[in-house]
Design a protein around this ligand. Structure first.
Ligand SMILES: *[C@@H]1O[C@H](CO)[C@@H](O)[C@H](O)[C@H]1NC(C)=O
Ligand SMILES: *[C@@H]1O[C@H](CO)[C@@H](O)[C@H](O)[C@H]1NC(C)=O
Ligand SMILES: *[C@@H]1O[C@H](CO)[C@@H](O)[C@H](O)[C@H]1NC(C)=O
Length: 386
């Protein structure tokens, strides 16, 4: 009788939950071991962009096994659990061949100190890749020469070997900025390097490097390409105690929204436009930096250009395709985007493609860095039927 009762108790335990507990433990262990292999039999998730579960970075959705084999790290699930969000990180002396790799200082997320040189090679694996996009998530390097604006002690340099003209050179504070870089025909290899001053200083950077296929490229001649209906545009090293960089000659482009016919620009705040004209052979008194005087275009050696609305301006489709920009441009420099105009400052343009030109040379004379902050503008695309 006793035996039978024991049997009933065991049976009851078995049926009531014991089995569930045991089975669960068995399942979990089994799945942990089997997960990568099991996932590997499922169709590979489309290698789409995903959000890492650190709430910050972006990765590529792939299966666990693939992610590990490629040298990435899993940050949560994607593709309804069939893939993991795989994040790639590289630092000095690493070769970067995976799309969407974060290039960071060796001690990231801590500061690195006492380092003077760090370089890395980017290998373009896919023939379809025509550009690299650098997203400067964190970019905290030393300032340029306060007088000339040239990056001397600290230099972030991207080279593609065949053409010095095409080098990308940056320094200072550029967190939140981005830049497109043409891959060209540089036998598939691009070099990035960080030179840092010998003084004992701390540095921090995290640069996301995305390989951009032809279908997703930024238009020719656009160092920066913004895709939102509204957004904020800044010149490089626009920061407190910053100073715009010398030797800049590029376009900031905004992708025209469907249904948008014009674009409006406004300074981010009162002091967000400071571009000394940097004229040769005149004194600071004469140039009257920051005084809000209207300026003729030939007055501005350092300048921002916005194509102006003009009925004479007819570009052929070919020219537009090649990114040849309007011949008619209004030029801005000095202490205000809207020099000499009353009321709130706002510029509108119906000229497409939407583009702002940035042209800065080396400063020739002593000018206070405050007069060379650069610019920060908010833009907004405006619908056609207003
Ligand atoms: C690289 O990743 C981005 C998304 O993060 C994607 O848009 C792009 O197409 C990828 N490039 C290649 C060559 O697959
Ligand atoms: C990704 O990077 C790793 C490590 O550098 C490399 O072994 C792998 O081949 C790369 N994958 C691709 C698709 O380039
Ligand atoms: C950076 O440092 C390397 C090695 O110290 C040197 O060869 C190179 O010329 C430097 N580049 C720049 C742009 O200062």
């Amino acid at each position: 009788m006793g035996k039978a009762r024991n049997l009933i108790v065991v049976l009851w335990w078995y049926l009531a939950g014991g089995t569930v507990i045991c089975k669960d433990i068995w399942d979990v262990r089994n799945n942990i071991e089997r997960l990568p292999r099991v996932l590997n039999f499922f169709p590979v998730p489309i290698p789409e962009e995903c959000n890492a579960n650190d709430g910050r970075r972006k990765g590529i959705c792939m299966n666990t096994y693939e992610c590990r084999m490629e040298g990435g790290k899993s940050y949560g699930f994607c593709a309804h659990g069939f893939g993991v969000c795989c994040v790639f990180t590289a630092t000095c002396n690493d070769e970067i061949s995976n799309n969407s790799t974060y290039f960071v200082n060796p001690d990231f997320p801590d500061l690195t100190s006492g380092m003077t040189f760090c370089s890395s090679t980017i290998r373009i694996a896919d023939e379809d890749v025509v550009q690299l996009r650098f997203d400067f998530v964190h970019f905290n390097l030393g300032q340029p020469n306060r007088r000339t604006g040239v990056c001397e002690e600290d230099v972030f340099l991207v080279t593609r070997g065949d053409d010095v003209q095409k080098n990308l050179v940056l320094c200072g504070l550029n967190s939140g900025q981005h830049a497109y870089f043409d891959v060209g025909t540089a036998d598939g290899t691009i070099k990035i390097s960080m030179n840092m001053s010998r003084r004992a200083v701390t540095r921090l950077w995290e640069v996301r490097i995305t390989q951009i296929p032809f279908s997703q490229r930024a238009p020719t001649g656009c160092l920066q390409y913004f895709e939102g209906t509204s957004g904020t545009i800044k010149t490089m090293n626009f920061a407190e105690n910053g100073r715009h960089l010398a030797n800049q000659d590029y376009n900031i482009c905004v992708r025209q929204d469907e249904g948008a016919c014009s674009i409006a620009y406004e300074p981010c705040h009162e002091d967000s436009f400071r571009i000394h004209p940097n004229r040769d052979g005149t004194t600071d008194e004469e140039t009257g930096s920051g005084d809000g005087e209207p300026r003729q275009s030939d007055d501005c050696n350092d300048r921002i250009t916005v194509p102006c609305d003009s009925e004479d301006l007819l570009l052929t489709d070919d020219e537009l395709q090649e990114g040849i920009l309007a011949h008619c441009e209004t030029t801005h420099c000095g202490g205000s985007l809207c020099a000499g105009e009353e009321g709130p400052c706002r510029i509108e343009s119906t000229v497409t493609p939407f583009v702002i030109g940035v042209h800065f040379g080396e400063n020739v004379r002593d000018v206070s860095p405050e007069d060379n902050l650069g610019m920060c503008l908010n833009y907004e695309q405006l619908p056609c039927n207003v």
